[in-house]
Structures are given as C-alpha cells and as structure tokens.
Design a protein around this ligand. Structure first.
Ligand code: SF4
Length: 275
C-alpha cells in the first residue's frame, strides 16, 4: 500500500474523540475535494509502497490498541483487506475513515463515513479538470448503507461550509436507514482557528435545532496534530509539543469547557490533550 504517513496521536473527532490511536494514512484518493486537508494523500500523493507486514510492524511499535486506517481513500487500496485482517488478528480496534464510495467486506469496529457534499466539488481548482469525475463519484447511497448495515458501529461525518449544506444532508439522510441523530456529526469546514470558531457557532445552533452532533473546534486539534506530526515536531500521547496555543472545547469535561492548549500543555491520566 502506498503510505503517506504513519503516526501516533489522539483521535480528534467523532465517537472516539480523545482516544490515543495509531493513524495509518494511505496515499491516493478517487475524489478531489476542493478543501482537502491532506493533499499529500490525494491531489499530490506522496509516500513509498509499504508491505502489509511492514505496516503491522510499525503499528506494533506503539503500545496502542486503536488503529485508524485513513487516507486519502483507504478503501481503494488493493491490500486494505489483508491489512485490516492482520491488524484485527493482533487484537487492534480498527476505525476506517472513508468517503464511503467503495465497499469491501473487512473486519472493522467503527466505520467513520464522510460522504462529500457539493461544497467539495473542485470547479475552480486546476481548471476544474477533476470536477466532473468528483461530482459523479462523491455520493454512493448503497455503499453508505452497506457500511451502516455491515459495521458494529458507524458515524456519518459531514463537512459543512454554510447553512445551505443542511438541506443536502437532510436529503441524503432521508435515503438512508438505521441511523440515529447521535450517529451524525457536523464538522465546520476550515483550516484555521478563526474560520473554525466562527463556523462552529452556527453549526452549534443547527445541532441544537436538529439533535445532530457537532465536532466543532475539536477538529482544530486534529489539524494541528497532522501539521506537527508531518513537521516531525510530533504529538505524543497526551501532550502537544511546540504547538501554537489552540483554544478548543473539551467534551470530556462536564459541562464541556473551553480550554487553551499551549506548548507547555500536559496530559491528564486519561490521555486527554487538554491541560
Ligand atoms: S475524500 Fe478525503 S482525502 Fe480524498 S480529496 Fe476528499 S478530503 Fe481529500
């Protein structure tokens, strides 16, 4: 499998937010989201071909049960099934992060599905040369339903740019069965804290109206985790090293509480990043 990166960090979004995890990022994607936050795994794929055995060996170097197979699009990788089987055989909890356009039966514990809305179509990027193919492939209702019906647990994540996205989400949800509002997460689109914070406010209002969940500014942490990991400053379990201060909401606390993570942040015993 072409591997963009493999790193140990904290899951920053969804049902397993806060859980220390090893992330295995496949390089290559059948979509081209205009706002893609991992271009090195889609628009400009990077990384060497790495065997299943070698990936399993690298994962084993971290004393971590949870493994996240992500991308790019991990489901288009020819050896994704043997990789998932090998990790499962070693007792790992497996999350697949996928846009849910391709289904293959494989052992997983959480299907993290992120169908792409029309706000993702790259009409204005690279002369729009990927727009038609992206538009054709971005939603596959029967594949999404296969994941929902065939997985022990799942979540549906939607990146939202403005309130008009909600009608698209509602239209898709009406075509799907066997989901609860708590399975649906709205993520404000943005790669900087200011944008995320401003969009988090109205996304929060939508969630209050609809009962859907939001991951709000927690994605800021994920973004910085990725950036730090790629620059080798690295995040480690429970501590962020050398990050700029990031203000976010810790949903592990009751009530959820705004906290600022700084370069001197230390961990809680649960591994939460928030000091
Ligand atoms: S599906 Fe994910 S990896 Fe692929 S282009 Fe979209 S955001 Fe990037």
């Amino acid at each position: 499998m072409r591997l963009a990166e493999l790193f140990h960090s904290i899951q920053g979004e969804g049902k397993l937010v806060g859980v220390p995890s090893v992330f295995v990022r496949a390089s290559g994607c059948n979509l081209r989201c205009t706002w893609c936050d991992t271009p090195y795994a889609s628009w400009e794929p990077e990384g060497p071909d790495v065997s299943v055995d070698e990936i399993v060996r690298q994962v084993a170097a971290f004393d971590t049960k949870h493994v996240v197979l992500t991308g790019g699009e991990p489901m288009i990788m020819p050896d994704i099934v043997p990789l998932a089987e090998a990790l499962k055989a070693r007792g790992h909890h497996i999350t697949i992060e996928t846009a849910a356009t391709v289904f293959k039966p494989l052992p997983l514990d959480l299907a993290s599905l992120s169908p792409k809305l029309s706000n993702s179509t790259p009409w204005d990027r690279e002369g729009g040369r990927f727009a038609a193919a992206h538009e054709r492939q971005r939603i596959n209702v029967s594949v999404i339903q296969q994941f929902i019906d065939g997985s022990p647990d799942f979540q549906l994540k939607f990146v939202v740019s403005d309130e008009r996205d909600l009608s698209e989400i509602q239209s898709l949800l009406e075509q799907l069965k066997h989901w609860e509002p708590s399975d649906v997460l709205l993520m404000p689109e943005g790669v900087d804290a200011t944008t995320l914070d401003s969009r988090a406010e109205w996304v929060g209002e939508i969630c209050k109206r609809t009962g859907l969940y939001t991951v709000a500014a927690v994605s800021t942490v994920t973004w910085w985790s990725r950036r730090l990991s790629r620059s080798q400053s690295s995040t480690t379990c429970g501590m962020i090293i050398g990050s700029p201060p990031v203000t976010t909401t810790c949903r592990q606390l009751n009530p959820p509480t705004r906290r600022t993570i700084s370069s001197t942040g230390t961990s809680s015993p649960s591994g939460c990043q928030l000091a």
